[in-house]
Design a binder for this molecule. Structure first.
Ligand code: SF4
Ligand code: SF4
Length: 352
């Protein structure tokens, strides 16, 4: 079994190596692409996969990968993205799981809706239509109870989207392209979504992803200012920022995510990220997510944003022109009736 050892493909393309060291069970540190990606002469490329499940609130099959080319101080999957763990799976192994998932799918989305962002318009995941035979006032009323299924993360639909998430070695497209090919062999109705920090999205790799059947990217822009980004994630973000335009020009579906981290990534950064998105297309689905302390950014030194801070950034991003902007992680910044009232008064219950 050959491990991938023929050097860093980012260096070959003229980009710096990522922040790629991951811990192995022997205690040694290795590059993510060496420790969690390998080539098997019989079955092709294989990736270390931690788990596969229908995730909420995304409502699609999420494949959680070990090994990442970033070291994000706020990583909420560091137990497997920065530690080598999981089961080796080939593209055919993934296709076998996808084949079982096909029977489970209850909503077939068009490619334009192959995002996490679009899930919110279908269901709020309360499960009441199934468990109580009635719907709460905030149910979108788009789905029948037969389309609501129970997964380990709760009730909701199962959409025709297969997402690779958790760790990220998109700097090595070969496994993802093989997997997309096998997934499409199971059914052309599936969309393949890559959730990514964007580090691997060089012009050459995007070309390969475009030719290789990838449909969509969920791009996590963790900061705009390069120094801030480097402190937060250990790498430059320059080619990540410029990938927004390239992703759209290639015809991929794109959604962008950014995080409010008090004292690190605040409204000034969010405005610049919104301007970057708007320069390409004001309609790109975008989520402003509230940070909560985790991994190396822990309480009491770090805290979640307040409702006032989230509203300030949300409003500023809307003023830049973003048309499809959402906030998420409400439980993190809306804790009291006062918070709820503030949010309602500031943005209106429809936005919320
Ligand atoms: S994980 Fe990516 S950036 Fe890191 S060494 Fe491997 S190819 Fe290079
Ligand atoms: S469709 Fe069912 S589970 Fe979804 S929000 Fe409505 S009542 Fe709740």
């Amino acid at each position: 079994m050959a491990v991938i050892s023929n050097g860093c493909t980012m260096l070959v393309q003229g980009y710096p190596r990522g922040s790629c060291l991951v811990e192995t069970s022997e205690g040694a540190k290795k590059m993510a692409c060496t420790a969690t990606l390998r080539h098997n002469p019989d079955s092709g490329h294989e990736r270390l996969i931690k788990s596969l499940l229908v995730s909420r609130p995304e409502d699609y099959l999420s494949i959680y990968q070990s090994g990442c080319n970033h070291t994000c101080l706020k990583c909420h999957s560091h137990e497997f993205s920065k530690v080598v763990t999981g089961k080796w799976m080939s593209a055919s192994d993934i296709a076998n799981v996808v084949s079982e998932y096909l029977d489970y799918v209850t909503v077939f989305e068009p490619k334009e809706a192959a995002t996490s962002w679009h899930a919110h318009r279908l269901c709020n995941h309360c499960g009441m239509c199934v468990t109580m035979g009635k719907r709460p006032p905030k149910c979108p009323e788009k789905l029948s109870p037969e389309q609501i299924v129970l997964s380990p993360q709760g009730f909701g639909p199962a959409r025709n989207i297969i997402a690779f998430t958790g760790g990220d070695v998109l700097c090595r497209p070969e496994f993802y392209i093989e997997a997309a090919e096998k997934i499409k062999e199971v059914s052309n109705d599936f969309h393949v979504l890559l959730e990514t920090n964007g580090y691997g999205l060089t012009p050459k790799n995007l070309e390969a992803y475009s030719e290789g059947g990838i449909d969509a990217f969920w791009l996590d822009i963790k900061a705009f200012t390069e120094n801030t980004y480097r402190k937060l994630c250990g790498t430059t973000n320059q080619h990540i920022l410029s990938s927004v335009e390239r992703i759209i020009n290639h015809g991929f579906t794109l959604e962008v995510l950014t995080l409010y981290i008090p004292d690190i990534v605040e409204t000034d950064e969010h405005i610049q990220i919104a301007e970057l998105i708007a320069e390409t297309d004001t309609g790109i689905p975008t989520t402003l997510l509230a940070f909560f302390p985790c991994y190396k950014l822990l309480s009491p030194d770090y805290r979640p944003p307040t409702v006032q801070e989230m509203v300030k950034s949300y409003t500023a991003m809307r003023e830049v022109g973003l048309e499809n902007l959402r906030m998420s992680n409400f439980g993190v910044f809306v804790k009291t009736d006062q918070d709820r009232q503030y949010l309602n008064e500031a943005l209106g219950s429809k936005t919320i």
